[in-house]
Design a protein around this ligand. Sequence first.
Ligand code: NI
Length: 389
Amino acid sequence: MLTRIKDLAQQFAPRLIEIRRHIHAHPELSGQEYQTAAYVAGVLSSCGIIVQEGIGKTGVIGELVGGTDDRLVALRTDMDALPINEISNLEFASRKMGIMHACGHDIHTTVGLGTAMVLSSLGEQLPGNVRFLFQPAEEIAQGANWMVQDGVMNDVSAIFGVHVFPTIPGGSIGIRYGALTAAADDLEIFITGESGHGARPHEAIDAIWIAAQVVTTLQQAISRTQNPLRPIVLTIGQISGGRAPNVIADRVRLAGTVRSLHPETHANLPKWIENIVTGVCQTYGAKCEVNYRRGVPSVQNDLALTQLLEAAAKEAWGNERVQILLEPSMGAEDFSMYLQHAPGTMFRLGVGFKDKPNYPLHHPQFDVDETAIVTGVVTLAYAIYRYWQ
Ligand code: NI
């Protein structure tokens, strides 16, 4: 079956490059993927796949009917682009000023379509049903949630996901056991003191000084009260308050992002932060309000599915083209929303060039080695096929 899947992927390769270049030239921002969705729906329909549009607002799902095994497998790929102005000389560079596929979601969409084309060509040899999820709005960490709310995870037994990675060469893939990405939450703190003359601190409660204590104490407390093997990154990216250089500030707003890898740490973070902030503020007589908003959880790859993916990839490409990633990323990925409903695994698809510099994701000069499309399609099609074996 592997040879058949590889032959099919090679046969579709020129068409897949065309598809990728079309999507790359016509990027759309998060939640506005109307043309991309219509295009995806058209390609899926042409493979005899049952298509539903308008799922998760601007998402699309495709249902491929296979054999009698009742375990439904899902494949998620995302479709949105970024508000970045592309700097490239590619003939298929973005035709939309200020919008660019700088995170490789054009590749993901193409890999999803290619996997659909290959698996639908297997006809009666496909043991079970596959649901293809083409998700909008990953960059704003909303799309997966919209899709889940529309029921895309109903009856799903396992889900696969993929993201390109420029530091892994094209033709190779990276597999990660356990945590792949971090949980990302939003934090907002208001500190209220009492205004007064800059020369008479004893008659006021200085919200700026207390805010400084809060920032410092939070950073120190991570180092002194948290398990160092369960990392937390707390970044206060905004701070505002005060009226004049010689007036003691009565109110300060702090806002930041909180990243963590371990589910238990993640669960305890809101209370832990609130206790520290309240403690510092009470000590100096200020009032505080802590707003902790949960974002996306950490992507935790399922052991058995990751083993399956590793075995399928090694059989397809040889051990030397399959890297086991030793470290997770503190970045976030809303693929984790699906993992609240079924086990799954997400891998990194190498798109790095071997003979020229590679720019990072979200860079205006980001570019990919397109041979990765076939690598991604074969890896996913074969892993999904083997799931039922
Ligand atoms: Ni991305």
